[in-house]
Design a protein around this ligand. Structure first.
Ligand code: GUN
Ligand code: ZN
Length: 433
């Protein structure tokens, strides 16, 4: 039997990138969306859709905004319990907080508990797809995939590979990283809604031999994504230079070993050289902006407008738990603030596009998620534009929908997420049917 549902509200459907046209013109606003068998079936008015789908259930969300579920293009689910740890910059933060916690996830029971906790927090914040690093323990990958599969959410993840400059308990080898990652790809990649990302943590924690092995693995499985970190902090770049004295720049430490390609995701990408920018654009790689993390760990100001103007593919991410939030609303607010510090005011349509379509395209999933259009998978959220008294009183003054949405982007959190649908099925009971 087909399961059909009509959801009403301000349904936002991006027709093109709001970075390539007048932002408000990039979006069409419909009154209702029909979902059938987990996919978007039609857009229109409540009346026309009820005529076409007379047996459909009706979820009325008058005044709320219906969006694709948020897509978080770079997270570390194992860092859930150490989010908001005080006082360190990147290298000290890794050694003091992150590595000890990632060692704890070598216990598969603890990994399963953290995976479930992370997914619950992400979903309550309206994030329906994420691309996560696991730890270097191979069992931390199925812990995440099994929890995601039980919820029916679309996810990407991979075993983090590190064979130097990390505690022994977290170090693998070039050979074991290759073999364990390959076995995980063969077991999990492209099963149901799960994708695999080959995951060298960053070049300072991998020997050239490990990077070479992972480059070979990517050539053998070119439909996998590859995720890593790039040019996040100046101290990290100086360290990379001492470890790879022959490299032209940071990107070259990946490029030499076949780890630069269009399905590559490069987290942070703040302090880029002109050659690196040219090469990333040439191959169509994705740069992932992690604005709360870049503020929290003190990394720097991502050049959103410059990188967009030169045609880079860009996604948006929390970078939980270097990032200080599970919320893509909070992440959009930080992206807005960083752009302001660089002299550009991002339009709310641009921020919403980055958190949905932009991130989905960075994961090469733009044909399935991240947009409300016929045929797309129906992972949807309803956003309450008056979720707190402070937001409500500002939205009440708004002259148009964008002005009403912006206070929620800047001040909203999980209280603004009124409902979440995964493949067209509500995760929580609709509150105001
Ligand atoms: N660089 C290498 N590992 C990490 C990590 O876990 N978080 C962040 N923010 N940067 C990294
Ligand atoms: Zn990261």
């Amino acid at each position: 039997m087909t399961d059909t549902r009509i959801i009403t509200g301000h349904v936002l459907s991006f027709m093109q990138s709001p970075f390539q046209t007048d932002p408000a013109e990039a979006v069409r606003i419909h009154d209702a969306v029909a979902v059938e068998d987990g996919h978007i079936a039609a857009l229109g008015t409540e009346e026309t859709l009820r005529a076409s789908y007379p047996r459909a259930r009706l979820d009325r969300h008058k005044g709320k905004v219906i969006l694709p579920g948020f897509v978080d293009a770079h997270v570390h689910y194992p860092q859930t319990a150490i989010i908001a740890s005080w006082g360190k910059r990147l290298i000290d933060w890794l050694n003091t907080y992150t590595f000890p916690e990632e060692i704890r996830l070598s216990d598969p029971e603890y990994a399963a508990e953290i995976a479930q906790r992370y997914l619950d927090l992400a979903l309550s914040n309206g994030t329906t797809t994420m691309c996560s690093f696991a730890t270097s323990s191979p069992a931390s990958v199925p812990a995440f995939f099994e929890a995601a599969q039980a919820l029916g959410v679309r996810v990407v993840a991979g075993k983090t590979c590190m064979d130097r400059n990390a505690p022994d308990a977290l170090c693998d080898t070039a050979q074991s990283a290759y073999e364990d990652s390959k076995a995980l790809i063969e077991r999990w990649h492209d099963t149901g809604r799960i994708g695999y990302a080959i995951t060298p943590r960053f070049s300072p924690t991998s020997t050239p031999a490990q990077l070479e092995a992972l480059g070979a693995l990517w050539r053998e499985h070119p439909d996998c994504l590859m995720q890593t970190h790039l040019s996040e902090q100046t101290d990290e770049i100086a360290w990379m230079r001492s470890l790879f004295p022959d490299a032209r720049d940071y990107l070259d430490t990946y490029e030499k070993f076949g780890l630069v390609g269009s399905r590559g995701l490069y987290g942070h990408a703040i302090h880029l050289e002109p050659r690196e920018r040219d090469r990333l654009r040439e191959v169509g790689a994705a740069l992932v902006h992690c604005p709360t993390s870049n503020c929290f760990i003190g990394s720097g100001l991502f050049d959103m407008s410059g990188l967009m103007a030169e045609g880079q593919r860009i996604g948006l991410a929390t970078d939980t738990g270097g990032g200080s939030s599970f919320s893509m609303l909070r992440t959009m607010a930080a992206a807005y603030e960083i752009a302001q510090l660089r002299g550009t005011a991002l339009h709310p349509a641009q921020l919403l596009w980055l958190a949905t379509c932009g991130s989905a395209e960075s994961l090469h999933l733009g044909d399935r998620i991240g947009r409300i259009a016929v045929g797309m998978e129906a992972d949807l959220i309803a956003i309450d534009l008056a979720s707190t008294p402070a937001i409500a009183q500002r939205a009440a003054r708004a002259g148009d929908l964008w002005e009403a949405i912006f206070p929620t982007i800047m001040m909203g959190d999980d209280r603004a997420i009124a409902d979440v649908w995964i493949s067209g099925t509500p995760l929580t009971r609709p509150k105001d049917v």
